[in-house]
Design a protein around this ligand. Sequence first.
Ligand SMILES: *Cc1c(COP(=O)(O)O)cnc(C)c1O
Length: 364
Amino acid sequence: MSIPSLCSPVVERLEPYVPGEQPRIAGLVKLNTNENPYPPSPRAIAAVEAAAREGLQLYPDPQSLALREALAAAHGLQTDQVFVGNGSDEVLAHAFFAFFQHAGERLLMPDITYSFYRVYCGLWGIGAELQPLDAGLAVDVGALAARAAQGPCAGIVLANPNAPTGMGLPLAQIERLLAACPQRVVLVDEAYVDFGGESAVGLIARHPNLLVVHTLSKSRSLAGLRVGAAFGAPPLIDALTRVKDSFNSYPLDRLAQAGACAAVQDVAYFDATRHAVMHNRDGLARALQELGFEVLPSQANFLFARHPGRDGAQLAALLRERAVLVRHFARPERIAPYLRISVGTPAQCDALVRAVAAILASNR
Ligand SMILES: *Cc1c(COP(=O)(O)O)cnc(C)c1O
């Protein structure tokens, strides 16, 4: 920062999220940011085009009512149990502000999870208490529940399936956390749930402290449109709406509302593409295992894998030389041997496997 005195002091203390790179390299096999390899529903594209031709001079619906109704219908909820925002990252930011700022209390989360959670803690001044994953890199629900039951905490946040491991928890485990933390919100980020996880949305009716967050970026192929949602009891949705209306009344533009609505309603396309991704994932996992990789069981649209004889950072760099992009996290050290590989089309998966095989054979 060149002239820090011009900035609010808090700006210097921020530790921003670092997104995966979006380079412009011709012929790149891009498996680094968990985007969907398939395009969005043709009905979503048509709806965006129609919205672009009609009414862009007017503000969008500040309540995003049609989209919230479509999401409510898709999930068996009422409209007042649905909140939407500009990507689930914005929804999460509002949720951290609305639910987790309690003086002297810390927010419980797994030590290895979506790294944006700690960024929001830094932004809003929320203390975080990290619970290590167990020896198999699964979320240690027993330890989290015991800690929550033992004394005050600001709440619990976790991704299910978890990122970047891809491993999911069964619903009974989520219920354990809800029961252990009745005075505070338990936020379950289900960004990847449509690829084989168990959704907690059905628990909302019985648990007033449950907030479930979804995104249209992964299973609906709409990362470029920026649409996310939260589902919970009406008082939680009201709180999020108060925060949103104190920040930006129009977070979802007309194109986003129209496209998201059409995508949510195109169930056949959604089912076809998510099943294709799951099928490709299982084939890719087998191919990597045949090359000697250890692959964690994934319920997401990515694999978390390591090769016993190879350094993770070096493998990622060698793949990049061959125009194949995967994500590598140098920290925490425990996951440094792993690569996070987004599941692509069969052709992209083949290209990755060929590149890995060539690297292993070249002994570099
Ligand atoms: C991708 C991702 C998000 C962010 O989704 P957007 O809707 O694109 O902002 C949130 N949580 C997790 C765990 C993710 O992997």
